[in-house]
Design a protein around this ligand. Structure first.
Ligand code: BES
Ligand code: MN
Ligand code: ZN
Length: 496
């Protein structure tokens, strides 16, 4: 979608549609009041008929209002004036975009941000506008011949109205940042939504190579199973041994910073389908395990956003990618494997495979002498039980890093919530037969998974994001969310 800044008298701006906000009680404020004056009070007169009361997200389309150059006016409910913060602002935008998609307008001029949502400056309000509009107009179509719900006239352009040209710079920056984040999220969603028979480790590796060819500062390197053998990645390889699809270790180097600047390393779980292996999962909803590569997809999306923004930093994206299948050669409960770090692991449950592929990727990441490593993974059902779909689970022993990540999630409307990573939980991984077990029992499953990873990340500053609850939605709205690309890109923006 295209976003342009428009300044000047709103009433005189030619556009297929103007979006104006009203509050409950049909209160017209800011630009909405100005427009009402231009129509000689016709707007407030029409609203008095009562078809629209300002409830948040509700809309009413009006045509041919006198005194306006715009063909249409979409009145958008913004809720109670006193409650107009970020949540209601975003809900209003969602309602507006949905309504626009039902019309033939194709383009519109937005004034909702000018109502001053509480707690958002102009930059943040415009960035939210861009990311929300892009998020709500994304459609998965790749394997669908006939999309019956597709809008006849898709929304192609949203103009951002500013009362003052002086504000143009921060709005321009918001559009640039928002568009890059949205592009990253779209890539992440697309990869996530692809089925397991298309989106294999080999497919992901090809996509990474394509990205490397598209961007000057990006170089992609693919490690094959033979390379992993040589590196002694016994944990990762034990998972892919049960699959006909060869594993790939995808490494993307983005070099936007000084050659000697230490990189931020993002490690994403790229499990393209998780059946559970021999500890097989129940049939219900198993299709959703195509989303088990969403950590990897989040790395792709964040790397893309960094490339689009030309961030002056160095960034390495590492995506260990494999399937987890039951097979004559698959891991069996009780099997013991040796990780690249030399630590041995008793595979008590073959469905706890994410940590097996991640631990070798995390050890591998030591070679980049990282400033910081963040891994993202759809790691545990337990995290979904703990936090639901609203927040990603954040695990780190580094308080400063935790604050930084929580703040980035807050700023990007892509929240994370810190969970404990105390040593008290470590003993749950004890076993008589190896250095650790790959599962820690029923209690605190998201924490013991993080404890497992902590044993492989002692050489650098590290945080883990469990995105099992946030990376995709189930039910009628089933689909990938593109999270946590916004959080991570915000973190990188803030650091550069
Ligand atoms: N990919 C799953 C985690 C998952 C499950 C994410 C359901 C979202 C929804 C992971 O590989 C897994 O199976 N984890 C097990 C760990 C258990 C065996 C300790 C789980 O959460 O059940
Ligand atoms: Mn699993
Ligand atoms: Zn998994």
């Amino acid at each position: 979608m295209e976003f342009r800044i428009k300044t000047g008298e709103i009433a005189q701006l030619k556009t297929p549609c103007i979006l104006i906000g009203i509050f409950e009680g049909r209160k017209l404020a800011g630009p909405s009041a100005t427009l009402d004056l231009a129509t000689g009070g016709r707007l407030s007169e029409l609203l008095k008929k009562g078809d629209m009361d300002g409830r948040v997200g509700g809309t009413l389309m009006l045509y041919d209002l006198p005194g306006l150059a715009s063909e249409r006016v979409l009145v958008v409910g913004c809720g109670k004036h006193k409650d107009f913060g970020r949540d209601n602002y975003r809900k209003a935008l969602v309602g507006a975009v949905a309504a626009l998609q039902q019309t033939h307008a194709g383009a519109a001029l937005c004034t909702l941000h000018a109502l001053g949502p509480d707690g958002l400056d102009l930059y943040a309000a415009v960035r939210d506008l861009v990311t929300t509009a892009e998020d709500k107009t994304y459609r998965y179509t790749l394997t669908k011949k006939d999309d019956k719900q597709a809008p006849r006239t898709p929304l192609k352009r949203l103009d951002v109205w500013l009362s003052e040209t002086a504000d143009a710079q921060s709005a321009e920056q918001a559009i640039r940042h928002g568009s890059a984040i949205a592009a990253g999220m779209a890539l992440s969603k697309e990869l996530g939504n692809l089925p397991g028979n298309i989106c294999t480790p080999t497919y992901l590796a090809e996509k990474a190579v394509e990205l490397g060819e598209r961007y000057e500062h990006l170089e992609t390197e693919i490690l094959e199973e033979a390379d992993m053998e040589e590196l002694k990645m016994g944990a990762l390889l034990s998972v892919s041994r049960g699959s006909r699809q060869p594993a790939k270790l995808i490494v993307m180097h983005y070099r936007g910073g000084e050659p000697d600047a230490k990189p931020v390393v993002l490690v994403g779980k790229g499990l393209t389908f998780d059946t559970g292996g021999i500890s097989i999962k129940p049939a219900a909803d198993m299709d959703e395990m195509k989303y088990d590569m969403c950590g990897g997809a989040g790395v792709f999306g964040t790397v893309l956003a960094a490339c689009e923004l030309g961030l002056p930093i160095n960034l390495v994206g590492v995506v260990p990618s494999s399937e987890n299948m039951p097979d004559g050669d698959a891991n069996k409960p009780g099997d013991i494997v040796t990780s690249m770090s030399g630590q041995t692991i008793e595979v008590l449950n073959t469905d706890a495979e994410g940590r097996l592929i991640l631990c070798d990727a995390l050890t591998y990441s030591e070679r980049f002498d990282p400033e910081l490593v963040i891994d993202l993974a759809t790691l545990t059902g337990a995290c979904v039980i703990a936090l639901g779909k609203h927040a990603s689970g954040l695990f780190t022993t580094d308080d400063h890093l935790a604050e930084e990540i929580v703040a980035a999630g807050q700023a990007a409307a892509d929240r994370a919530w810190r969970m404990p990573l105390w040593d008290d939980y470590q003993q749950q991984l004890d076993t008589n037969f190896a250095d650790m077990a790959n599962v820690g029992g029923r209690e605190a499953g998201a924490v013991t998974a993080a404890c497992f990873l902590a044993r492989y990340t002692k050489a650098y500053r590290w945080a883990h994001l469990d995105i099992a609850g946030t990376a995709w939605l189930s039910g009628k709205e089933k689909g990938a969310t593109g999270r946590p690309v916004a959080l991570l890109t915000q973190l990188l923006l803030k650091r550069s």
